[in-house]
Ligand binder design. Structure first.
Ligand code: ADP
Length: 371
């Protein structure tokens, strides 16, 4: 990146006008969290709630401009709405800097605070997060199939793919149309297989790990959670399943701390290393006062052609962990190539033995949630 530094990027962005003030984006203070590394550039375009729609074309223009800069292979601009200002300041176009100065909470902290959700999403009765200590244990697979299982129980269900490191909903469900915006500037989620679905993959390319970390990522996720039109007064969601990013870092902590969540499911494979990480996830939920509604053991065993269970990772580890920690065990999911194929083909398994397994787990989860 010898010939491209941040100043060049900022100058370039300043040639695009902020439709609210008429200033360049940089001069208007709208370029936040600029990241520039190995052929990638990106930033967060954080605008007042009321202006999100007006900034759609600005986002597109900024992304196109950045993509055309020398040495840039990938440009990403995430458009997010600011969280509401305190009531007395809630008029129109208050810039984030001004709000940080004025907000009493921010003043207490002595530094600008990451904007966070403090309430549950509207029209959602229960919010359940699905977490794992590390990636690749099948958290997305399990969370999606649990959501589908809950749907098959006759419930109204949403699935939020909040996995910033590898959003998978667009691929797993074959969704090609991102959400539109309603009159309240809320995202209207696409419906797939009866689930209302939103995904961080609609904000960034699904094949690319998100370049934002920490507060930026937390904010993008809390906004996906709280600014999606999940339901209405007449038809609220019974349950929203949130596929968390793997791990136990700041993003997961912030999301579970600041959002009213009804419970968590922890997914683990049976082997020791995965279980150590899964325990960390349980501890994280404990710290934030999130009730663990159950543990799922994924890739518990492989069923051979002759029907023998081959216990590749040592079956039963997650079940034992759940028992040891006095947590409900929701069930085990074998390694099944059909399950992976179903994800790759965007054709989730809705009938058969595997679907029935998820039905049982969904029943157990719903029982925990409503008991
Ligand atoms: P995570 O969300 O934990 O990163 P994924 O759900 O994306 O994990 O799963 C990782 C890979 O493993 C995917 O290709 C998925 O289809 C596959 N997979 C997950 N669970 C199973 C299973 N029980 N049997 C076969 N493949 C699985």
């Amino acid at each position: 990146m010898a010939n491209l530094d941040k100043q060049i990027v900022l100058d370039a962005l300043d040639t695009i006008a902020d439709p609210v003030t008429g200033k360049g984006l940089t001069a208007a203070g709208l370029v936040r969290g600029l990241v520039l590394s190995s052929g990638r550039v990106g930033f967060m375009l954080e605008v007042p709630h009321a202006d999100v729609t007006r900034f759609g074309p600005v986002r597109v223009a900024a992304e196109a401009l950045l993509a055309g800069l020398p040495g840039i292979e990938k440009a990403q601009v995430v458009l997010t709405a600011e969280t509401e200002a305190p009531k007395s300041e809630a008029s129109g176009h208050v810039r984030p800097e001004t709000k940080a100065k004025l907000s009493p909470q921010a003043a207490d902290q002595g530094k600008p605070k990451a904007p966070v959700a403090t309430a549950r999403p509207d029209h959602v009765r229960h919010v359940v997060v699905v977490g794992s200590g590390k990636g690749g244990v099948g958290k997305s697979t399990v969370s999606l199939n649990l959501a589908l299982g809950l749907k098959r129980l006759g419930l109204r269900v949403g699935w939020l793919d909040a996995d910033i490191y590898g959003p998978s909903a667009p691929v797993m469900l074959g969704i090609t149309t991102p959400p539109t915006f309603d009159d309240n500037k809320h995202m209207v989620p696409p419906v797939a297989f009866g689930l209302k679905v939103n995904s961080v993959g609609f904000l960034v390319d699904a094949d690319q790990a998100m370049i934002w970390r920490g507060p930026m990522a937390s904010q993008a996720l809390t906004q996906l959670l709280t600014q999606t039109a999940w339901g209405s007064d007449e038809t609220p969601l019974d349950v929203l399943i949130v596929d968390l990013p793997p791990g136990t870092g700041d993003v997961q902590l912030t999301l579970t701390q600041k959002t009213l969540i009804d419970g968590a499911v922890v997914v683990s494979t049976p082997q020791d290393m995965a279980l150590i990480d899964a325990r960390r996830a349980v501890t994280l939920f404990g710290k934030t006062g999130t009730k663990v509604l159950g543990v799922v053991e994924n890739m518990a065993y492989f069923l051979g052609a002759d029907g023998t269970a081959i216990e590749i990772f040592g079956r039963g580890g997650a079940r034992k962990m759940a028992e040891g920690l006095n947590l409900p065990f929701l069930g085990e999911v074998p390694l099944d190539p059909a399950l992976r194929q179903a994800s790759d083909d965007a054709a989730p398994l809705q009938t058969g033995v595997m679907a029935e397994r998820f039905d049982e787990m969904a029943k157990a989860l719903w029982g925990q949630l409503t008991s």
